[in-house]
Each structure stands twice: as C-alpha cells, then as structure tokens.
Design a protein around this ligand. Sequence first.
Ligand code: KG4
Ligand code: ZN
Length: 334
Amino acid sequence: MIILSIETSCDETSVAITNNGREVLSNVVFTQIAVHTIYGGVVPEIASRMHTEKLSELTLAAINEAKIAFEDVEAVAVSYAPGLIGALLTGVAFAKALAFSLNVPLIPVHHIRGHIASCYITFKELTPPFICLIASGSHSHIVKVNDYTDYEILGATKDDAPGEAFDKVARLLGLGYPGGVKIDKLFSKGDSKRFKFPKVTFKDNPYNFSFSGVKTNVINLVHNMEQKGEEVPVNDVCASFNQIVAETLVEKLHLACINEKATKVAICGGVSANSVLRKLALDTFSKDNITLYLPDLSLCGDNAAMIGCAGYYEYKAGNIGDMYLNAKSNSPIN
Ligand code: KG4
Ligand code: ZN
C-alpha cells in the first residue's frame, strides 16, 4: 500500500512515500533550523509560514524521488498531534486537500507513534510487544508497545523534555540552537565526572522523569562562576550534563524492562541520536540479553517516513480520518 505522508509538527517540513509501512521510497526533509537559529529557538509563526511555503514543492519532490505518480497514492497520512498548533494545522489542511482531490483515505497519525515507527523502518524484523523510550524536544515517555496501535504509558516527564533541556543548556552556554547535537559533540572534549548534577526520582512512579532540576543546576553553576569572574569550563559542563541525562534515561528504561520482563527495547525521538545515550544503552542492555533497537540516525529527528509507517498500521486498524480532522497541540499517545 503506497502512502504519502506529511510531517509539520515543529520545525521540519517533510513529505514521504512509503510502501506497506516499512519500505521507504522517498523521505524528503526540509529543516528550518537555519532560520530559527537566529532567534535561539523555534518561532511558531515562522515555522507555520515556512511549512506552507514548502509543502507543495516537497510533495512533488517526494513523488518524483519515489518514481511514482499521484494516481499511485493509496492514502494520505498526516501528523495531527501533538506539536505546535499552527504548524500542525498547515500539514493537516494540506493533507485533507490532497486526500480529497486524490479521493483516497486520510490517516491521522499521532506524532509520537510516528517516532516509534522509525524503529520499524530501521529494523524490518521488529514487532511488538516491546518497551520504548521516546526522547525528543517536547516529549519523554516510557511506553509499553503492546501492539502497533496499542500503547500503555509507564512513565513520562513531569516538566521539561530532555531535548528541551539540551536546547536550554546549549543556549545558556552560547552554543546556539538546536543544542543537542552541539552538546553531544563536546562530550569527548570534556570531563563528564567533573560536575555531579542531581538525578530526580519519583516515589509514586519510578519511570517518571524531570529535567528542569538538572537544567536549573547548570544555570546556577554557570551564573555563580560568571559572577565570580571565573571562566566557565563549557566542555566539562556539557559532558557532565549529557552524562546525567543519558544515565537518567537509560536507568529508568532499564528498570522498566526488568520489571516488565521485556526482551526487546527501543529508543527513538530526536534525543535518541545522542552518542552518549546510544553507547550507554548498548552497554546496559547487552549485559541483560535485552535486544536494543536504535533507529538509523537519519530517522531520529522529525521526518515523514515514520508518519507513513505508523499510518500504515493505523489504516490496518481502521483508524481513518475525515474532512473534519483537526490538529491538536496536545494528545496522549494512547
Ligand atoms: O524528535 P525531534 O526532532 O522533535 C520533537 O518531536 O521534539 O527532537 C528534537 C530534539 C531537539 O531538542 C534537539 O536538541 C534534540 O532532539 N537532539 C539531540 C541530538 N540531536 C537532536 N539531543 C541530544 N543529542 C543529539 N545528538
Ligand atoms: Zn518529534
């Protein structure tokens, strides 16, 4: 089944063509980072305008790259929630128009379900059930994937998402936006044991996260040093911060896997590109004979191929939308 899929939830405009979920025929991604960098973060209004400007061009590019014709498209899938409401609306409106004009079904896809599907594209053999950590710029969840469209949330962030913490710490240190990649690159140059930032635990749910505390600790440390006229050891701060975030994510995920007796675990979302997190997870899970699935780096960030893959399974489960489909800035994965 050929699906044309659309992703516009934040600052990546993307259109993809997938076949039967896991085969990617094209995945065109236009990143707006260069524009948002000037402002130190995503400006929602600019993001929406750029999506609108780019969607037609990227759709044609995706069709051409996949070497198909519009008549070959059997359904249109779109990321409708969660995300920046204006940005999502551009994709939803475009997808509705396209599905209507091609007279094919419209498939609403939850963005986080899309991130999980990035693992299905990378690993053709991966099937539910498994435990999945989704760590991105706006989400961190530990989810039990019971089936392709059946999810159970085990834990989630109570405040900042990990990517958000990366971005804010990077901004504080003058590294620019987006911060994750920049901090990741500095890890090998710094001493990750120099600063001991706290790990937050929740008594009621050991799988919940909090990243605002570690972010505030970094801010206080940097401000104290600046006030004393000391030079801030940026590499050591970045390495120590990255280490604590990676440890927090992997430890909670590991605990969930042990308690749930999982044999398969996946990590996805923008932060899953983090080299420290990937290495720590590989080391941790290989010791327990739990198979770890990490998506290809090209699929960690927002892209439409993952929406097409998730859309295929939504379609098979009968989750079809109509012309009343609306975007939602917030919506639980389950
Ligand atoms: O999944 P994503 O592309 O968008 C959302 O759905 O939020 O995630 C973007 C986030 C940003 O906060 C970015 O800083 C972070 O992923 N990120 C990373 C890395 N690459 C991207 N964080 C840590 N290390 C990286 N290598
Ligand atoms: Zn995302």
